[in-house]
Design a protein around this ligand. Structure first.
Ligand code: SAM
Length: 275
């Protein structure tokens, strides 16, 4: 390290499978901090070992004792402290929220070093609309709660991104097929690892596939946005006749155009024929 790191909390993303997916800045930060707060010291120890770095590790998750959190906050106010999770970006369905919130409230500098996150990788890989998406974390594991959650998500006009586990995948796909019918789904599995796959299809097709070939490993589901509503089948003649009871054809066409979104010129031409 040329310059020592200034005090504060450094949120550091780590690989989600392929150990090569770590940034140069993350490595420098691991070398420069006084301690690394991590979910599981064995998991982070393995990564550090791979990188040839020795560091003090402090076990931390959001259920950690107040004492541990206060200890880390005190440390971060005087020295540089890194926060990592087992894999990917901390706080994204991972611990860290409480620590970051308190650090910011107390004026402790907080920065975040971007890197791998399974949700973002799955969106980019899926070929499903990426301009607008909602990350909803894990669905509940019980069927009723899962279906309630999906009912709530169904109306959101955006791509949905969910984390899922292999044993629950088929049940989740059945529920998605029932409650979000007609929407394309991508199962993004074992991302950055040897058996990486991204399989797209309807929820029913994917449920049949994974029912026959039970999946292993970690999974992200990407669900296409709701389909645009079918254009309504307006009875144009009836609407125009009704409007022309007390309006001229041009006014009737304008009224019907406003109500239906149909082309005013086309409606005017039809109104003149009906007159
Ligand atoms: N913070 C992590 C991130 O940024 O991706 C996510 C942590 S969350 C506890 C773990 C879940 O992320 C897994 O159950 C799975 O749904 C998803 N996940 C993590 N790594 C993955 C991978 N390599 N391939 C597919 N999904 C993955």
């Amino acid at each position: 390290m040329d310059t020592p790191l200034s005090p504060g909390l450094y949120i550091v993303a780590t690989p989600i499978g392929n150990l090569g997916d770590i940034t140069l800045r993350a490595i420098e930060t691991f070398r420069g901090v006084s301690a690394i707060a991590c979910e599981d010291t064995r998991v982070t120890g393995k990564l550090l070992n791979h990188l040839g770095i020795k560091q003090k590790l402090v076990r931390y998750d959001d259920h950690a004792s107040e004492e541990t959190r206060e200890h880390l906050l005190r440390l971060a106010s005087e020295q540089a402290v890194a926060l990592v999770s087992d894999a990917g970006t901390p706080l994204i369905s991972d611990p860290g929220f409480k620590l970051v919130r308190l650090a910011r409230e107390r004026g402790i500098p907080v920065t975040s070093l971007p890197g791998a996150s399974a949700a973002i990788m799955a969106v980019t890989l899926s070929g499903i609309a990426s301009d607008r998406f909602l990350f909803a974390g894990f669905l509940p594991s019980k069927d009723k709660a899962r279906r309630d959650a999906l009912r709530e998500l169904a109306a959101i006009p955006a791509t949905l991104v969910l984390y899922e586990t292999a044993p629950r995948l088929v049940d989740a796909l059945h529920a998605i097929g029932d409650l979000l019918p007609g929407r394309e789904v991508a199962v993004a599995r074992e991302l950055t690892k040897k058996f990486e796959e991204c399989r797209n299809g309807s929820a029913a097709e994917l449920a049949a596939h994974y029912g026959a070939h039970p999946p292993k490993g970690e999974i992200v589901l990407v669900i296409a946005p709701p389909l645009p509503p079918e254009p309504e089948d307006h009875d144009i003649d009836a609407l125009l006749r009704q409007a022309m009871v007390d309006a001229k054809p041009s006014q009737a066409a304008a009224q019907v155009a406003k109500a239906t979104g149909l082309d005013r010129k086309m409606l005017y031409a039809r109104a003149m024929e009906l007159k």
